[in-house]
Every structure is written in C-alpha cells, then in structure tokens.
Design a protein around this ligand. Structure first.
Ligand code: ADE
Length: 254
C-alpha cells in the first residue's frame, strides 16, 4: 500500500512513523509513505496557503490551488493506478472498524489534512473521493485524525501486527466489545484473577469469555448488539441478562 499525506505540518508525522505499528508497517507491511508539505505547492514569494473567506466571516480558508497541485503531482507519478483521496474533516463519514477495514484493502491512499476554518469547498467537491471524521468534536487540524485513521488501518494489514497480536480478537472486530484480560500475578494486592481462567478447562474459559463479551457490550454499548451477528446461545444470554436487570430494577423500586 502507498500512503501520501498532504499537510502544512510534516514534522508532526515524524514521531508516529518512527515507532511501533507505523514503523513496522513500513518495514514489514509493504507500506510506502510520502509526506508532502502543501506549502511547497505555492508559487508566490511568501508561500501563502490560505486566504479570507468570500462573503466575509472569521478565520482563514485553505486555498484550493496548492492542494489540487499536490494531489495532481501524486497522480502524475502513478498513471492509471487508482488513488483514494481522503479529506479529514468533522463533516465526513464517521470512522469505525468497518471503515478502517475497507481502507486497509486499498492500494493507494492520499490524506488531505485541513486546517484553519477549513478548506475551499472545491477541494471537497472536485478533488476528494472520500471524507472522514474521527468523531463529533472539532480538532485544530486534520493531522491527528489522519494519524488515527492510518493507525486503525495499518494494523489490519497482514504482517504489520505480530502473530501474537492478532487483530481478530479486537474490540469491534466482531462488532462487539472485548472480554477482560488478566496476566500474572494471580493475586495483585488482593485483587484476584477470575477462577475460571486458572482452571485449564478451555471449553469453560471460552464460554466465560463469550459471556463477558455479551455482558460488557450490553452494559456499555447496547446498540452494538442489534447490529451484531448473534448465535442462539448469545441471544438467550442477552434475554437472561435483560430480565435479570429488570428484576433488579423492580426490586429497587419496591
Ligand atoms: N478535523 C478537525 N476535526 C476533525 C475530526 N473530528 N475528524 C476529522 N478531521 C477533523
């Protein structure tokens, strides 16, 4: 996979790509990375990338020219190969595991990191092929969102995570939350590991973990259960947990 990043702050990407998952993606995952300074695609003496909005109003807007030219420079080097041009803004479709999965299958992604009050609308309408938000809050620029999106998709590329760090068990990989994990010591300051995990009974452990997944998702993110692919046993458990909870509520009221 090729990743191009268009930003006004290229140095912000130095640290993440020097460590951990990002570095391993480049070393072992066949990912090639190019970071472009949008300012390098200006033609005036002062390398101006923004201007005041037509119609008035506060703040500055990123000019379309340098962003279009940066993307065109990438396209010029790849002929007919497909390129997904992703604009990071709070108005985009929300990032989730499914979106990360979809992006991890792509051959070539270019991320445009916006800034200031935003970018000229023509970037959105005529250049970007996708627009992604990492959540319903506003950040000062698209750099951190680009890192979040790239982290989420890189770890799904084969060879990027070690064999002992499979992404299959992740929270959200199945559309549900993850079961709780413990490691040594068995007794930490009087806080002990659930007995079942020490039993060596793999079938019992698997049942316990599944129950924790359902219980946790029901307690914290019940809306995920509606979308998930639940088996008969899972559905029965959900019913049991819901009726146990409504009994608790009734007892409290009486
Ligand atoms: N730029 C500013 N805020 C953002 C957000 N929430 N997601 C993506 N890009 C952004």
């Amino acid at each position: 996979m090729k990743i191009d990043i268009l930003t006004l702050f290229p140095q912000m990407f130095e640290a993440p790509f020097s460590f951990g998952i990002f570095k391993r993606a480049i070393d072992n995952g066949g990912v090639s990375l190019n970071i472009h300074n949008i300012r390098d695609y200006t033609h005036d003496k002062h390398h101006i990338v923004d201007d005041s909005p037509y119609g008035g109003g506060a703040g500055m807007v990123l000019k379309p020219g340098p962003i279009f030219e940066a993307v065109e420079a990438i396209k010029a080097g790849i002929g007919d190969e497909p390129l997904d041009v992703i604009l990071l803004t709070p108005q985009g479709r929300l990032l989730n595991q499914q979106v990360a999965q979809e992006l991890s299958q792509k051959k070539h992604l270019a991320f445009i990191c916006g800034h200031y009050e935003g970018e000229d609308e023509r970037v959105r309408e005529h250049l970007a092929t996708d627009e992604i938000s990492i959540g319903d809050y506003v950040l000062t620029g698209g750099e951190l969102p680009a890192m979040v999106v790239i982290d989420a998709l890189l770890r799904l590329i084969p060879g990027v995570l070690g064999s002992d760090e499979s992404a299959l068990d992740d929270s959200h990989a199945s559309g549900l939350l993850e079961y709780p994990q413990y490691t040594r010591p068995e007794d930490f300051r009087g806080m002990t590991v659930p007995e079942v995990l020490l039993s060596g009974d793999h079938a019992r452990i698997a049942r316990w973990r599944r129950e924790q997944i359902i219980r946790r998702t029901l307690e914290r993110r019940p809306e995920l259960l509606n979308k998930a692919n639940l088996g008969l046993e899972d559905k029965k458990l959900v019913e049991r947990l819901i009726s146990a909870q409504s009994q608790v509520n009734k007892d409290r009221e009486s």
